[in-house]
Structure formats: C-alpha cells, structure tokens
Design a binder for this molecule. Structure first.
Ligand code: ADP
Length: 747
C-alpha cells in the first residue's frame, strides 16, 4: 500500500483542515496514521511526528481498520459514528465523538479510513453530572409526589415526568397534551385565573405559585394542583422554556375547604360574637349575616343573605359610591376601617347608631377571588358621650374661668390626663412647657399629704365618689397652695371605670384666714382661762384683807385696850396695803393687755434710779445695797411705762427676797448690749429659788417662798410685758446663793 503524502491534499482543503477545531486523522488500510491535522495533535498530546507512521491501535484499538473495515462492508461504506473514551498518559480522560468514513484516492480506490473527531469531554462531563442530578431530583420528586414539566415555548414541545402523567391520569408520553389542549384540562372556573398567572409570568419573567383545579369533564375527576412555574432560557437550545413542578394537593385542599365551610356556617364565634359580622362574595352578595347584626341593624338574616349588601344595608346615593370604592379596595387586598352613622329601626325603636366598620379581604387560594369580611361594632355610646362633652365643655369653660375652678379629666386606659387653663394656673405650670400628666400631678403633692391624696385617687379609680377632700401642693415656684378637690369616675354600661373627672378649687386664701382665726381663738381661750384664774385669785386676795379689816373694826368697836388698839390698827394698815398691792397688780395687768404700746427713747439708767427711789419705803430697803451700773447716756427705744413695770417688779423681788444671813446683801443692775438688742442683768445675792420651783415662777399666782409678801403675779406680768415689748426674759438661780435675771429688748 502506497503511503499518500499529505501534501497531495488540495490547498483550500488544507487550509480548512489546519484551522478547524475538529480533529482529522487518516489511517491507511493497515492502520498506520498517514495524516493528522493540528487540532488532532492537541487532543492526543503528541507531536505530529510522534503520530505519523505509527499504528492507530497505539492510540485507540477500536479504531483499527481490522475492526472498522468489516463494519463498512456491512453498511455499504456509510460513515460510522463512534464514541471514544480516551485516557491520556497523565491519567486525564477525554471523551471523543468520532465519525469514521472510507478514504478514497483520486482514482476512487479505498486507501484508508478518515476519522473526524470532536472532543466532547466537557459536554460529556456536564451530561454525566446532569444525569446524576436528574436521578436525584426524580427520586426526590417521586418521594414528594411532585411531577416536573417543561414546555419549549418555540416548538411547544412538552416534557412531562412520569409523576405528571400519573397526576393527569395519562398512560404514555403520547397522551401529553400540547399547550393549547392542556388548557382544556383546567376547571372552567379557574381557567381565567391560571392563564392570567401564566401570562404574567411570561410577560414579566416572574414565577407563579398557584393552586387550581384540573378535570376531565366530570365533577368527580376534579383534582387540586399546586403548581410552581417559571420562564427559563435553556442553556443548550437557547430558547425560552416554561418549566415547573406540580403536586396533587386534592386531599388536603378538600379537608381545608371542608374546614373553612364548617367554620363559616357553624361557627359559634360568628353566631355569638358581640360584634356584627358579615361575609360577602366578590360580587358583594351577602353570605353570612350573624345574629348580632340582626339585632344591631334590625334586619333578619333572611332578608339580607343572597342579596347585594347595598340592599341589605340600604345604602344609597353618594354614600353608595363611597362604599363601592371601599369594597373595591378591599377586594384588591387592603383592610379598611371607617365610621359611619346609621338611622335604624331596631328592637329599641328608631335609633341613630354610630358604627365602626372594619372590612378585610379573605384571600381565597383557589383563585375564585376575594371575599370580604365585615365586622361592625356599635360605638354610639362613646360617640354620644363625646358629643355631649363637646357641647358642655364650652359652657363649662366659661363657668370655670369665672369661678377659677380647675378641672381635670383622666383616662385610665391610656393613662392620659387633661387639665383646663385654670388648673394649670393654679398649679403654677405653663401649659406650653409641660403637658398634663398623672405623674406631674402626684409630684406636686405636699409630702405630708401625698399618701392621703394618692389613696383618694385610688378610691376614685375604684369608682367611689370623692368629695371635698383637702390637700396641699407645692408649686414649682415653691409656693404652697391648699386645694379642695372632688371627683368621680365615669364608667361604661358594664361598670368599668373608664375615666375620672374632677374639680379643684384653690382654697389657700380661706386657709390663711382660717389659720389666723384659729390663732386668735387660741389666744382668746388662753386669756379667758387666765382671766378665770385671775378673777378667782384676785377676788380672794381682795376679800381676805377686807374680811380681816371687818374683824379688826369689830374688835376696835368693843373698847379695846390702848395696846390692842395700836396692834389692830397696824394690822388693819397691813391689810389695806395688801389690798392696794393687789389692786396695783390688777392695774398693771390690765394696763399691759389693754393699753397700746407707745415707744420713745428711754434713758434706762434714769428710769432705774426713779424705780429705786419709789422703793425707798419698802421694808429692809436700807439693808440691801442697790448698784445701778447702767451707763447714764444709754437709751432704748421702747415703751417706758412697761419697762418701768419690769424693773419695779424685779428690783422689789430682789429686795423682798434678800438673804438676811449675808453680811452684805446687794442687787446690781448691769448692762451688756449690741446694736440691735439691749440686755440688762439684775443680779442679787438673795435667798435664791429652789430648783423645784424654777420651772413655774413665771406662772400666775406661783410663789416659791413664804418670805415677804406677794401675790405671785409679779413675774407673770413681767413675762407678758416682755413679750409685748418684743423681748424676752430668763433667769439663773442657786438656792441660798442668789438669782440673776436677764432681760433683752430690741433697741
Ligand atoms: P411675788 O408676789 O411672790 O413676789 P413674783 O411672781 O414676783 O411673786 O415671784 C414669784 C416667786 O419667785 C416669789 O414668790 C419668789 O419665791 C421667787 N422670786 C422672785 N424673785 C426672786 C429673787 N430675786 N430671789 C429669790 N426668789 C425670787
């Protein structure tokens, strides 16, 4: 056999052979490679030289002419297709798709075999993987009772999986309908819905996910199908496919439907609902009309069911248009809440009703369109209350403004408060800066009154009426105000307390008045009591000497001896002096309490000297040394007569209660003062005051000793006078040692 030189292949053919991606190999009838194009060199990973002249069986034994030539003989020398799995030296495998044809020389003599080889390794691998995936998928789909289908939209050629055939009840692939005929399998009521979704998916390139019914013409054959589909451009044939999965969901769809139906018509919820409930189909025909609605609107279900709701509710005119608009919106999927007024004739006669209407769509999965569920509640009571409140609020505002009454309203549910302007004013709060709130209100309570006030608020929340309670508040500016408050809870028909309302009146001015009245009253009571004691004691003090004098006069009238006469006359004089002292005390007392203060600049040293002079005739006066150490120029701006009373009493006491056992009895008046206050100290070394009496010597008619004569009123009057002068008095005394009185008066 002559080896044909590849150069003999004509130029054009040669160019093609050098450039195409197909591999061309020619072997002679013995199997020796006589030609290979550049593409072949690449695939076989050998150089041209390595291949040429070699036997083909080195590369692929299946390609041996010994095998191929008998096949040519059999098929009349037609090309033969062969897949060739080729493993490279580096253990890399290639899949080759080859077409083998007889090769003739110019004279038409068969001289070899020409192989056109295509490397399909990549395609083969994808295919293998795909096959693997398909296997898994079909297994998964089988388990899930899911069928898959694929429609080539150009050729309308469908592919259905076995499961799809089962679902549709077809026996073989031949039964699969075309897209056109498939449409007939959709249950007529669902056809429009299904086609709309498919069209939308095609136009907008999106997925659809629907449940619809298929049948073969008889109601018994109806099946529910859950189908998911999408448009996909196939990688291989580059044409759009509508591809998807479908599942027979008849069993649970039927159960669900039954459930819904039974819920719908038998549900106690609907029957006994406290709110009116109706259900409309997409044509607004009334399907459900519950007993509460019958009662509310005075219309029996029998009159409304099966009719258009507009008739049922007797909605006419422009209101009808508005309702239709709302119903349309709901049918498109939105929920709407609105309020409306109805004039209805019900059990309670003709009535104006405020109704709150909530409409929501009930999306039906079988594609029949939406139903509308309406819930109607009667809000007449609260609306009427609002109306009445609005009416009265203006009148109330006028009244409260003039009477300065603060009004508050509290909603327990939302825990929000409202205050009128008067209340804001009363509390000293700027309504532009702070909002009314229960927290602020409680913050203002005076700490001492807080517990009580909060307790009263609680009573109110429990429904009690709280009347005329009083408490103090501390305003933000620190001012304390007295508030008189009354309030009550407002309840609904079931007795739930919804709101509290109340009035506050600022009674601070009354309180101030009341306080000064009480103070005056207390003073009066004290004076009364003092007067009682005073009258009792003074009458005794006056009557005793009088009785003595009477007795003396009797003795004197019975011819007494001269000695007796002298003695009894002396005795009578003593009694008269006693009476005089008592009367002087009464005069002092009365002077102090009744005569107005009259202040002047008083030279105190001079005043003390004059007092000492007036005491010249007292018993034992000469035994006691009186030292006036007050500077002569010192003046105090005060009531001179009252200050005289003070010194007179204190000095006469020092003289009365001097200590006879001491060699040098004295009383010393010294002075110590600053700019505002003058302080005088009257110090003696007299008998002192026993500790047991020290707490009581300023009280009326208290005497701490039997020495000297006295009424026990002196220090009481001194104390009162000092208070009157705006000063004070205190003392220190040691029994047997002496006493020191300190008096302080403003200068
Ligand atoms: P009396 O009329 O008894 O003096 P006073 O009210 O002036 O009444 O005094 C009350 C009592 O205080 C006196 O009875 C006396 O016991 C005591 N007392 C007052 N001043 C002195 C003093 N300087 N030294 C000792 N005791 C005094």
């Amino acid at each position: 056999m002559k080896l044909k030189d590849p150069q003999h292949i004509p130029g054009l053919a040669n160019t093609i052979l050098n450039n195409i991606s197909d591999e061309i190999v020619i072997v002679d009838l013995e199997g020796i490679i006589i030609y290979r194009n550049p593409a072949a060199v690449k695939t076989f990973s050998k150089s041209a030289e390595d291949m040429l002249g070699k036997h083909i069986s080195e590369f692929n034994p299946d390609f041996d002419p010994k095998i191929i030539l008998p096949e040519f003989d059999k098929n009349g020398y037609q090309p033969i297709n062969k897949d060739w799995h080729f493993t490279h030296a580096e253990n890399k495998s290639s899949w080759l798709d080859s077409s083998l044809s007889p090769f003739y020389d110019d004279s038409g003599e068969l001289i070899g075999i020409l192989a056109v080889i295509k490397d399909i390794t990549q395609k083969k691998q994808v295919e293998l993987e795909l096959n693997q995936n398909r296997k898994w998928l079909s297994r998964a789909l089988e388990l899930g009772q899911t069928g898959i289908w694929d429609w080539n939209l150009h050729t309308e050629k469908p592919f259905w999986s076995q499961k799809m055939l089962e679902i549709y009840g077809y026996e073989s692939l031949e039964d699969i309908p075309s897209f056109k005929t498939w449409e007939k399998t959709i249950y007529p009521d669902d056809k429009e819905f299904v086609m709309r979704h498919i069209m939308e998916a095609l136009e907008e390139n999106k997925k659809y996910n629907i449940i619809f019914r298929i049948w073969n013409g008889t109601e018994k054959s109806i099946k529910y199908l859950h189908a998911i589909g999408e448009v996909i451009i196939d990688e291989l044939d580059k044409v759009p496919h509508l591809r998807g999965v479908a599942r027979d969901v008849s069993s649970w769809k039927t159960t669900e439907n039954q459930l819904i139906e039974s819920l719908r018509f038998n549900s106690n919820i609907i029957k006994y609902a406290l709110e009116g409930i109706f259900v409309l189909d997409p044509e607004l025909t009334c399907l459900i009309w519950n007993p509460k609605l019958e009662k509310l609107l005075g219309k029996k279900a029998g009159h409304v069911l099966g009719k258009n709701i507009m008739e049922g509710l007797e909605i006419q005119g422009h209101k009808k248009e508005a309702y239709q608009r709302i119903f349309r919106k709901v049918l498109r999927g939105s929920s709407e809440t609105f309020e409306d007024v109805f004039f209805v004739e019900n059990e309670e006669g003709k009535q104006k009703l405020w109704l709150k209407i909530l409409l929501s769509p009930n999306l039906k999965e079988d594609g029949k369109g939406n139903e509308i569920i309406g819930i109607i509640s009667d809000i007449t009571e609260s609306r009427e209350r609002e109306e009445v409140l609005a009416e009265t609020s203006e009148r109330l505002r006028l009244a409260t403004e003039t009477a300065r009454i603060g009004i508050w309203k509290h909603d327990f549910e939302s825990n929000t408060s409202q205050w009128n302007d008067q209340l804001f004013q009363m509390l000293g709060i700027d309504p532009d800066l702070l909002e009314a709130s229960p927290e602020i209100w409680q913050e203002l309570f005076h700490p001492d009154d807080r517990a009580d006030a909060i307790n009263n608020l609680q009573r109110l929340a429990n429904g009690e009426e709280v009347l005329n309670i009083e408490f103090r508040i501390i305003r933000p500016d620190g001012e304390i105000r007295y508030i008189n408050a009354s309030g009550k809870g407002i309840s609904d028909s079931k007795g739930n307390i919804l709101q509290g309302i109340g009035v506050n009146v600022d009674v601070s001015h009354l309180k101030k008045h009341e306080r000064s009245l009480r103070q005056k009253n207390e003073e009066l009571e004290k004076i009364n009591k003092a007067l009682d004691t005073f009258v009792y004691h003074t009458s005794h003090n006056l009557r005793a000497p009088l009785a003595n004098i009477q007795g003396i006069l009797e003795i004197l009238s019975n011819n007494p001896t001269e000695a007796e006469k002298d003695r009894f006359l002396n005795y009578a004089t003593e009694n008269v002096e006693n009476m005089d002292r008592t009367i002087q005390t009464i005069i002092d007392y009365s002077y102090n309490s009744r005569i107005e203060l009259s202040r002047e600049h008083v030279k105190v040293s001079k005043l003390v000297n004059s007092v000492v002079n007036s005491l010249s005739f007292m018993d034992h006066r000469q035994k006691v040394n009186i030292i006036n150490a007050i500077p002569g120029e010192l003046t105090v701006f005060t009531d001179v007569d009252r200050l005289r009373m003070v010194f007179l009493n204190l000095l006469s006491n020092s003289l009365k209660y001097f200590d006879r056992s001491k060699p040098l009895p004295y009383v010393k008046i010294t002075y110590k003062s600053n700019e505002d206050i003058a302080r005088f100290i009257i110090e003696d070394n007299g008998i002192g005051i026993a500790e047991a009496h020290q707490n009581s010597i300023f009280q009326m008619f208290v005497r701490a000793t039997d020495q000297g004569k006295g009424s026990g009123l002196g220090l009481y009057i001194v104390k009162e006078v000092m208070t009157n002068l705006g000063g004070n008095i205190r003392f220190e005394s040691t029994d047997g040692k002496g006493t020191c009185f300190y008096i302080e008066i403003p200068r």
